[in-house]
Design a protein around this ligand. Structure first.
Ligand code: EPU
Length: 416
């Protein structure tokens, strides 16, 4: 199993280009199921989760041609609207096939995702929404079986904000008969990117980016060319790493507007940040100050950046209170960070992080994608060598991480 070896203590310095957004690419790949015409995507990140989603579409009968950072999909010949357990268990985002399959083929069989390292993560709101649109839903032998001759528009209130739930229902509603209104919809930039792609395919969507999205269903959608938005979480992770190592880093092709909450907290930590149209330069000259935060749906502080900010706080001056409100078990990185000398206490859904003068290298284990990103940041600051095990978690969401951090001066190597 592959590992990462990092010798810490080098301030990151240089320029890095932000890759396409994983969490925009995954729903947009699923949207290719909504049309029989070719869908050409660019700025697609080279990640394991993207490969899994393409593999899922191919298994259903879609054809895929990949090129560097691009893919052309043709779902004209899909014969089997089925997402098996062996794929869904490796990637929960496979649930994004449920809405498009039901809408276009009148039927879908998608495995129920099981538990997950960061929380229970039910999909009841996806299912309730489809049922409200007239789908007959049965849960049989661990599978969601949805059937509908044609979905009907409906008014759907989601009692918690769900990103993939909003995306699934927005895709399904695009081909439904009549108008669907999604209330308490997710406002995440990735939902907006998906909406833009759907609109270019002929969908009639209004209100994306707000918490009420209305979709007037159409008979069919056409092919499209779409460039996936840049990844705000990858961008935020590089910035947090730059701040933690007291470095100077410029991000190019950055999703500047989607990063407000994160940039605000980095400034509070003492970083000086210059923002241009699509580039961000961060400079951190001194020890960071601790920053307290509370995760929330967009435009609040993203849960996908919580672990990286705990890492930053481990060496900051003062004590930070970091509260996780989205997932009930997203502190698995804390015990690993403690192995590097971090002083963190957990009280309910809040981590109290007492800044230490320094961390020291050790062997640690990644437990999920963002937890592994926090370990990388901590390792970049720690004295001596840190070895991170189970980095397949990291490879799900960060493209060629060792060569890109290496380019910024990090002493990092992949061990097999
Ligand atoms: N929830 C329900 N019922 C549902 C759906 C969600 O109760 O039917 C709850 C969840 O249990 C959770 C909250 O609602 O407490 C929010 O979950 P959400 O559905 O928004 O999460 P998701 O759509 O499964 C996406 C991202 C995650 C990111 C979250 C929150 C993708 C593919 N995944 O997940 O990304 O953390 O939104 O922003 O878009 C990551 O990239 O590391 C990652 C985990």
């Amino acid at each position: 199993m592959q590992k990462l070896s990092i010798h810490g203590g080098v301030p990151l310095s240089g320029e890095v280009r932000v890759a396409g957004a994983k969490n925009a690419a995954l729903p947009i790949l699923a949207a290719a199921l909504l049309t029989a015409e070719p869908v050409r995507l660019t700025n697609v990140p080279e990640l394991n989760d993207v490969t899994t989603m393409i593999g899922l579409l191919e298994r259903m009968g879609a054809r895929a041609r990949r090129s560097p950072h691009g893919v052309e999909l043709d779902a004209g010949a899909v014969t089997d609207p089925f997402a098996p357990y062996d794929l869904v268990k490796t990637m929960r985002a496979s649930i994004l096939a449920l809405g498009p399959l039901t809408a276009r083929f009148g039927e879908a069989r998608v495995s129920l995702p099981g538990g997950c390292a960061i929380g229970e993560r039910p999909v009841d709101l996806h299912i309730k929404g489809l049922a409200a649109m007239g789908a007959e839903i049965a849960i049989e032998a661990g599978y969601i079986h949805a059937k509908a001759r044609r979905l009907k528009g409906a008014r759907i209130f989601m009692d918690s904000v769900t990103v993939t739930g909003t995306e699934n229902l927005m895709m399904a509603a695009s081909l439904a008969d009549g108008e669907t209104v999604l209330e308490n919809a997710a406002r995440e930039p990735e939902v907006v990117d998906l909406a833009r792609c759907l609109i270019a395919m002929g969908a009639r969507i209004r209100g994306h980016g707000t918490d009420v999205i209305s979709i007037e269903g159409v008979e069919r959608l056409r092919g499209v060319e779409h460039a996936v938005m840049p990844d705000r979480i990858e961008a935020g992770t590089f910035l947090a790493a730059a701040a933690a190592t007291r470095g100077t880093v410029t991000l190019t092709q950055a999703p500047v507007e989607a990063l407000d909450a994160v940039l605000e907290k980095l400034r509070e930590a003492g970083a000086s940040i210059d923002v241009d149209r699509d580039s961000i330069r961060l400079r951190m000259g001194a020890r960071p100050r601790s920053v307290s935060l509370r995760t929330a749906p967009y435009p609040g502080f993203p849960t996908d950046m919580q672990a990286q900010f705990i890492a930053l706080n481990t060496v900051a001056e003062g004590t930070a209170f970091v509260t996780e409100t989205i997932f009930e078990n997203r502190f698995m990185h804390v015990q690993e960070l403690r192995r590097l000398g971090a002083r963190i206490e957990i009280e309910g859904n809040t981590a109290l992080v007492h800044g230490a003068e320094k961390l020291a290298g050790a062997t640690v284990m990644a437990t999920d994608l963002r937890a592994s990103a926090s370990l990388v940041i901590a390792a970049l600051m720690a004295e001596g060598e840190t070895v991170i095990e189970r980095i397949y978690h990291l490879d799900r969401g960060y493209e060629r991480i060792e060569s890109r951090l290496g380019q910024l001066g990090a002493r990092i190597a992949r061990l097999s």
